[in-house]
Design a protein around this ligand. Structure first.
Ligand SMILES: Nc1ncnc2c1ncn2[C@@H]1O[C@H](COP(=O)(O)OP(=O)(O)OP(=O)(O)O)[C@@H](O)[C@H]1O
Ligand SMILES: [Mg+2]
Length: 533
C-alpha cells in the first residue's frame, strides 16, 4: 500500500533540513567575508571547519525536531496504538463485572480508535451475543449464521476489504460460494474487521469493528494492536465469566439457605407447639401425682400406725401366725408410705415448692431409726447391717426429715440390690462436713452409668429383672436434697458384681441466731411425728 502522506511528510522534512544547512553555510561565508572580514584563506577555512562540526553535531536533534513538526502537521489524527493499548489494559485489569467490562471496552475501542462502530460479542449457546446494554449493541448472531460458521471453522481474522479481494480472486465453486455468503453478511452488518478471541483453542468472543471515521482501511497497525489485545480480552472474559458463575452459585446457595432457614423456622414453631403441649401434659401429670399422693398419705399413715400398734400388742396378744401376716402388712404399708413420699417430693421439686425445714439434726440417730425401719427387710434376706458411727459427730443444721429420706433410700437400695452379704454404714466428720457412706456387697454398678442414676426415672440397665419394685426416683430426690444443703452425693463401684459404695456429705453450718432453739426443734419434731402417725 502506497503511503502518499508519509512520502510527502518525509520530502518536506528533508527539504527543510537541506535548506537549513545550506542557509547556515551561506550565512557563514557571507559573514566571514563581508561583515567581520576574516583575513587570509586559512582563517576562513578554520571558521568553516568549526561551523561544519557544529552542524554535524546538531544535525540529528534538528532532524528529530523538524520530523515532529511535520508529523504533527501531517498526522494530526494519527492514533498512538501503544498508549491506547495501555489504557485498555488498565480497563481490563480493573473491571470484573462482565456486562460493564464489555460495554466499557466497546466504548473505549470506538472512541480511542476513532471508529464508527465497535462491539464485543461473547459466546452464548454456540451463537454470539452482545452483553452491552446501550442502543449501539449488535443483535445476536446464531450458530447458523454464515459468518459464525466460517469463524468456527477457520478461527482467523477477517478484514472485509482483503476478504473481498480473496473471494473474487478465487475460482468459482463451493468454497467461493461460502465466502460470498460470509461477505454478504459482513456487508449487511457493516463489519469491516472481525477478530475471533480464542483461549486454549476455545472460541470465547468476537471483536467486531465497523468503518473507521477517517474512511481508511484497516492495516498492519490495527492487526498488531488487536493481536496484542485479544489474549488480554480472552483472559479478562474468563475471569469475568468465573466471577459471574460464582455470583450465580451464591444466588443459588442463598436460595437454598433461605429455604432451609424457612424449614427450620417452621420446624421450630412445630417443636415449640409440641413442647408447650408436653409442658401442659407434664403439669397435669404433676398435679395428678400431687393430688393422688396427698389423698393416699393419710390412710396409709393410719394403716401403718395401726399395724404397728397391733404388732406392739396394743390390741391384745398376737398369735405367732398372725404376727407374721401383720409384719408383712406393716412392711407393705411402709413401702407404700415411702413411695407416696417420693411422689410428693417429686411433685414439690417440679412445682418449685421444694423447701427445706431446717432444725438441729442428729445424723447418727437418723441412721439408727432407718436401720430399725428396714431391719425386717434385711433380716428376711439374711443381710447383716453394721453401723460404725463417729461418736463425736456434731449435730447438723438441716431438714432432718429429708436427710432421713436420703439415708432411707440409700440403705433401702443397698438391701434391695444386695442378694446376699452385708452392708457397712459409716458416719464421720471430714473437712468441715458430715460424711455418710454405705458399702454393700451387692450387684454393683456399671461405671458408665454411675452418674446418670441420680437423674429422674433412671434405673440401672436390666435392673427391672433383679428388682421389680422401684421407680428410679429415690436417688434423684436424694441428689436434690443433698444439693439444697450445699453437699455432694456420689457412688463408687468397681463394676457389675463388685458391690457399691454410696457417699454423701453435708457441710456443718452454724445455726442462724434467729432460728428456733434445740428444745423447740425437738418439740416441733415430736409434734410433727405424732401428727403423721
Ligand atoms: N446399692 C446399689 N447397688 C446397685 N445398684 C444400685 C444401688 N443403689 C441404686 N442402684 C441403681 O440405681 C438405680 C436408681 O436408684 P433409685 O433409688 O433412684 O431408684 P430405685 O431404687 O430403682 O427406685 P425408688 O424410686 O423406689 O428408689 C436403681 O434402679 C439401681 O439400678
Ligand atoms: Mg431406691
Amino acid at each position: 500500500m502506497l503511503n502518499i502522506r508519509g512520502i510527502l511528510a518525509r520530502s518536506i522534512l528533508y527539504f527543510l533540513l537541506i535548506s537549513l544547512v545550506s542557509s547556515i553555510f551561506a550565512f557563514t561565508f557571507f559573514f566571514t567575508a563581508e561583515v567581520i572580514d576574516v583575513p587570509g584563506r586559512y582563517g576562513r577555512m578554520s571558521i568553516l571547519v568549526v561551523v561544519s562540526l557544529i552542524v554535524v553535531i546538531a544535525l540529528d536533534p534538528l532532524k528529530r525536531l523538524l520530523s515532529r513538526i511535520t508529523d504533527d502537521i501531517f498526522y494530526k489524527d494519527r492514533i498512538d496504538y501503544q498508549s491506547v493499548l495501555r489504557e485498555i489494559s488498565i480497563i481490563i485489569a480493573r473491571e470484573i463485572d462482565l456486562e460493564i467490562l464489555l460495554t466499557t471496552l466497546k466504548d473505549a475501542l470506538r472512541s480511542k480508535l476513532k471508529l464508527k462502530a465497535a462491539d464485543i460479542l461473547v459466546k452464548r449457546n454456540h451463537g454470539f451475543t452482545s452483553l452491552a446494554t446501550d442502543k449501539s449493541a449488535r443483535k445476536a448472531m446464531h450458530s447458523d449464521n454464515p459468518l459464525i460458521e466460517y469463524i468456527y471453522d477457520k478461527k482467523e481474522l477477517i478484514i472485509t476489504d482483503e476478504f473481498y479481494r480473496q473471494t473474487y480472486d478465487m475460482p468459482e465453486g463451493d468454497e467461493r460460494h461460502k465466502k460470498q455468503q460470509v461477505l454478504d453478511e459482513l456487508e449487511r452488518q457493516g463489519i469491516e474487521f472481525c477478530l475471533p478471541v480464542v483461549l486454549e483453542g476455545d472460541l470465547k468472543a468476537l471483536i467486531i469493528l465497523g468503518q473507521k471515521q477517517s474512511g481508511d482501511i484497516y492495516g498492519n497497525e490495527e492487526v498488531r494492536f488487536f493481536n496484542n489485545l485479544a489474549p488480554q480480552i480472552a483472559v479478562a472474559l474468563e475471569k469475568a465469566q468465573l466471577y459471574e458463575s460464582i455470583g450465580e452459585f451464591n444466588l443459588k446457595l442463598q436460595d437454598k439457605i433461605n429455604r432451609a432457614t424457612q424449614k427450620l423456622k417452621d420446624q421450630t414453631v412445630e417443636l415449640q407447639d409440641a413442647n408447650a403441649h408436653l409442658k401442659q401434659l407434664d403439669t397435669a401429670k404433676s398435679e395428678f401425682l400431687s393430688i393422688a399422693s396427698h389423698q393416699l398419705r393419710t390412710p396409709v399413715s393410719a394403716l401403718k400406725g395401726y399395724l404397728s400398734m397391733m404388732l406392739e400388742g396394743d390390741f391384745g396378744t398376737v398369735e405367732p401366725k398372725q404376727r407374721q401376716v401383720l409384719a408383712d402388712l406393716f412392711e407393705s404399708a411402709a413401702r407404700l408410705a415411702r413411695l407416696i413420699n417420693i411422689f410428693l417430693n417429686v411433685s414439690r421439686i417440679e412445682s418449685g415448692r421444694f423447701k427445706l425445714d431446717k432444725t438441729m439434726t442428729d445424723v447418727n440417730a437418723l441412721v439408727d431409726s432407718v436401720m430399725k425401719e428396714l431391719s425386717g427387710q434385711a433380716v428376711s434376706k439374711g443381710i447383716t447391717i453394721t453401723f460404725v458411727r463417729d461418736q463425736k459427730l456434731p449435730q447438723l443444721y438441716a431438714d432432718s426429715d429429708k436427710i432421713r429420706e436420703v439415708v432411707l433410700n440409700i440403705v433401702d437400695n443397698a438391701i434391695k440390690y444386695t442378694p446376699h452379704g452385708k452392708i457397712d454404714i459409716k458416719t464421720f466428720k471430714e473437712n468441715g462436713a458430715i460424711h455418710f457412706t454405705s458399702t454393700d456387697t451387692g450387684i454393683g454398678i456399671r461405671p458408665e452409668e454411675a452418674n446418670s442414676l441420680f437423674r429422674k426415672f433412671v434405673r440401672g440397665t436390666g435392673i427391672a429383672q433383679v428388682n421389680t419394685q422401684g421407680s428410679g426416683l429415690g436417688l434423684y430426690i436424694a441428689h436434690r436434697v443433698v444439693s439444697e444443703h450445699g453437699g455432694r452425693i456420689w457412688v463408687e463401684s468397681k463394676g457389675l458384681g463388685e458391690g457399691s459404695t454410696f457417699h454423701f456429705t453435708v457441710p456443718i453450718v452454724k445455726k442462724p441466731a434467729d432460728a428456733p432453739d434445740m428444745l423447740a426443734d425437738a418439740k416441733a419434731k415430736r409434734k410433727r411425728t405424732e401428727k403423721k402417725v
